[in-house]
Design a protein. Structure first.
Lengths: 114, 112
């Protein structure tokens, strides 16, 4: 199984450009989420989804949009990139909500906004 | 607002030593406390987890100690090996959702 697949692995954007970070999982997980990782800040939740058609905001949602049209895919959209969005982005999924469902992370997308 | 505080930021131990990473939380409604391990260029992976009704959990060389009254928990790595060199994150979960609040991470280096 591929697990959680994120594309691209690296991306450089100019301020104001838009792009979509792709995330796909093949484990039939209900729950999917996006985190950003910054030095000294740990991992912060951007958006999450508990199932197809349902999304909600996390801790740092501003500047990002998500949608969940299928169980497998959960893309993250940057509408107008800003230097503050330079970060490593991780997509994660779990089988279902609940304590015994560990999060499975992808290998990340490193985004630089100049 | 950092709801889960993690220390130290970095740690260097010799092979065979016992690194200890500490975390403290504020919200007593947290009900699940996992630790994640991350190698360079990879996503975090679940290492071990504990519920607040348990004071200690061991899995192989990894042990979580949990002090509910002090709102603190820690990770101990017995007989540490160079392959344990990684960044470790503690986390806490609130309620039925799978949303996790992570600590800021500890970069561990195990030297020969």
């Amino acid at each position: 199984n591929a697990g959680v697949t994120q594309t691209p692995k690296f991306q450089v954007l100019k301020t104001g450009q838009s792009m979509t970070l792709q995330c796909a999982q093949d484990m039939n997980h209900e729950y999917m989420s996006w985190y950003r990782q910054d030095p000294g800040m740990g991992l912060r939740l951007i958006h999450y989804s508990v199932g197809a058609g349902i999304t909600d905001q996390g801790e740092v949602p501003n500047g990002y949009n998500v949608s969940r049209s299928t169980t497998e895919d959960f893309p993250l959209r940057l509408l107008s990139a800003a230097p503050s969005q330079t970060s490593v982005y991780f997509c994660a999924s779990s089988y279902q909500q609940g304590a015994h469902s560990p999060l499975h992370f992808g290998n990340g997308t490193r985004l630089t906004v100049t | 607002q950092q709801q889960v505080k993690q220390s130290p930021q970095s740690l260097i131990v010799q092979k065979g030593g016992i690194p200890i990473i500490n975390c403290a939380y504020e919200n007593t409604a947290f009900d699940y406390f996992p630790w994640y391990q991350q190698f360079p260029g990879k996503g975090p992976a679940l290492l071990i987890a504990i519920r607040p009704d348990v004071s200690e959990k061991k899995e192989g060389r990894f042990t979580i100690s949990f002090n509910k009254s002090a709102k603190q928990f820690s990770l101990h790595i017995m007989d540490s090996q160079p392959g344990d060199s990684a960044t470790y994150f503690c986390a806490a979960r609130l309620g039925a959702a799978s949303k996790l609040t992570f600590g800021t991470g500890t970069r561990l280096q195990v030297t020969l």
